[in-house]
Design a protein around this ligand. Sequence first.
Ligand SMILES: C[S@@+](CC[C@H](N)C(=O)[O-])C[C@H]1O[C@@H](n2cnc3c(N)ncnc32)[C@H](O)[C@@H]1O
Length: 310
Amino acid sequence: MIFSFQTSIAEARRNVAHLRGDGLKRSTGDIWSIKKLLLLDYYLPSFKLICSPKYNFKEWYYVDPFCGSGLFDFTDKSLKNEVYAGSALIGAINASKHDYTNCILSDTNKENIDALNRRIGASGIQLNSRTYQAQERGFEDTVNMVLRTKRFGMAMLIFVDPDGYVPIKWQLMERLVKEVGIDVIFNFMTYTIALNASASKTNHTHEKNLNEFFGDVMWKQHLTTMNKNNLGSKLLLYYISKIQIASGKNVIPIGVHREKGKKLYDLLVITRSGAGTKVIQTAKKIMDKATTESIHREFKVQSGIQKTLF
Ligand SMILES: C[S@@+](CC[C@H](N)C(=O)[O-])C[C@H]1O[C@@H](n2cnc3c(N)ncnc32)[C@H](O)[C@@H]1O
């Protein structure tokens, strides 16, 4: 499959151009927020194909339990006139292309849900005349709902993109990843987790939250590492090993750095599929080239702020 992040950015900008002046609530992101959406946009078509009727699947769902408002703009002043498709619209557009594909969207924020439902209503062309009803619902209820809905012959891609790690309790994540036919893309907040872990000896809220996030107290063995980058890497590897043991699935981390190199989070792609793993290994190479700086330049070129890439 031919993919370039330039094409993906152009398509996401084009797909929401009609929503630019809608006056509804938007999420605000930083330029590096684009990277998780590029990965999502890259993986969706391949995972749909891997889980299509051609390979004996009957149904495929995109599930977005932290769906946001569907549209965001940027904190960066040089991109003040830009808007970009959030994960909900990227997923819904992909889910609208085939008879066997569908979509489940939810979030706890009512204003986000109202804005997203209006945007879905205004995107008939982009959604191939399909319509979806996003629901106001928390992560735990969505996990229960998804596991009740899941049937033989059904596959799901779940995009887990919270604001922080607190709602992602291990007992919920474990149940999701163990389920056959479910792939997960999880935004593991490496920097915040390391920061809170290093403060956890004196901050009992952090300690409790991290115990629930990891589902045990063994993560504390890494606290002997003083350097926060090393602590982040060790806690990431610990979490990955827990997922691998619980699910038997492959876990591929893709790092996302802030401008000037500081690691912010790791996107964990969790899949049982060998073909899916190959797709993600290629995506990792493409994503590693898509630095925050190069994505920023690409936006400026596409929005006409900068004439050429160099
Ligand atoms: C990082 S944003 C998601 C952005 C979205 N993926 C996008 O591309 O536009 C996180 C979202 O999680 C929602 N949220 C926070 N806690 C939640 C919970 N426990 N369950 C479900 N949604 C929650 C917030 O309202 C917010 O919209």
